[in-house]
Design a protein around this ligand. Structure first.
Ligand SMILES: Cc1cc2nc3c(=O)[nH]c(=O)nc-3n(C[C@H](O)[C@H](O)[C@H](O)COP(=O)(O)O)c2cc1C
Length: 307
């Protein structure tokens, strides 16, 4: 068996590297820059029932240590996604994770029901943590609101595994993780972008059209490592629920850190804008690391950081 072969909530992956929601289009676009079969899984951008234009430019800006985006969940909407994107997604030789966003429980349930019927999507990721919409965040900050959402969404997903993507700035991220796991989440993605802002000092205006956005990239990596460590120890480790560690992975060492603090898989987002060859390099580096650590498979290293 390969050194990196693993599984995510029971779905086999060739390796633990997952391309993050919103950073590789709807999924099939990945084939423009790499062999999809080389990647563990690809996440679609978050899809909503109705199409969304998102925010006007500027909606992505460079800042030291990363970028701030406020795309505003621009997407084709469910119907066009199904007709225009799913056939190519189904033909891809990798695992596809369907990301869902919404404004109400009814929206999320409608999306979950639709994705359950799309065989090309064995896993669904619930985005309850987008910092860039006015009303999409309540489920990401309040454990009781998240529990009520999952009480409706979980029964709609029988075949499909359910991941919940947490907000890094929730008042109590451990309580959010516990609420997700208790309500039947099969895995946690940790985390979405971190609320942020940048100002143009000449015009004295915010640099993003929407004023505020979410920070991603190397600047957030140590923060995300700490969050994965805390959630793994308190919730996911004891419950044996897998985590996708996500935030600022540029180098294989960043990915290995996530694995050691408890991530079963590792997401890559912003790095794709730096150099789309990075996922391939991370995979090669992880392979060498597993061998050097004297292990037969990367799963042996999950959560193995010394206290
Ligand atoms: C341009 C851009 C668009 C994003 N769109 C989404 C999205 O649609 N849904 C979502 O759950 N996360 C979205 N994210 C967040 C990423 O999936 C990821 O959680 C975050 O960027 C941290 O990882 P990174 O530092 O590797 O980029 C987006 C991030 C970026 C940079």
């Amino acid at each position: 068996m390969s050194l990196l072969a693993t599984d995510l909530a029971g779905v086999p992956l060739a390796n633990p590297v997952v391309l993050a929601a919103g950073t590789c289009g709807y999924g099939p676009e990945v084939a423009d820059f790499m062999d999809p079969a080389a990647i563990g899984a690809v996440t679609t951008k978050s899809i909503t029932v109705e199409s969304r234009e998102g925010h006007p430019p500027w909606r992505m800006i460079d800042v030291p240590g990363g970028m701030i985006n406020a795309i505003g969940l621009a997407n084709l909407g469910l119907e066009r996604f199904r007709v225009e994107k799913v056939p190519a997604l189904a033909a891809m030789k990798t695992v596809a994770i369907g990301s869902i966003a919404g404004h109400s429980i009814a929206d999320y349930v409608a999306m979950a029901t639709a994705f359950e019927a799309i065989e090309a999507l064995p896993i669904v990721e619930l985005n309850v943590s987008c910092p860039n919409t006015a009303d999409g965040r309540q489920f990401g900050h309040d454990p009781r609101a998240l529990a009520s959402l999952l009480a409706e969404v979980r029964p709609a997903l029988e075949r499909t595994r359910l991941l919940v993507k947490l907000a890094p700035d929730a008042p109590d991220p451990i309580a959010m993780a516990a609420a997700a796991v208790e309500a039947g989440a099969d895995g946690l993605t940790i985390a979405n972008t971190w609320p942020a802002m940048a100002v143009d000092v000449d015009s004295r205006k915010p640099r993003l059209s929407s004023g505020r956005g979410g920070l991603s990239g190397p600047a957030v990596h140590p923060l995300a490592v700490r969050l994965v460590d805390a959630v793994f120890r308190a919730v996911a480790g004891p419950a044996k629920v897998p985590i996708i560690g996500l935030g600022g992975v540029l180098h294989w060492r960043d990915a290995a850190e996530f694995v050691l603090v408890g991530a079963s898989a590792v997401g890559i987002g912003t790095a794709l804008f730096v150099d789309p060859r990075i996922p391939r390099r991370v995979i090669t580096g992880l392979e060498r690391w597993v061998r050097q650590q004297g292990c037969g498979n990367i799963r042996e290293l999950v959560g193995q950081v010394e206290a």
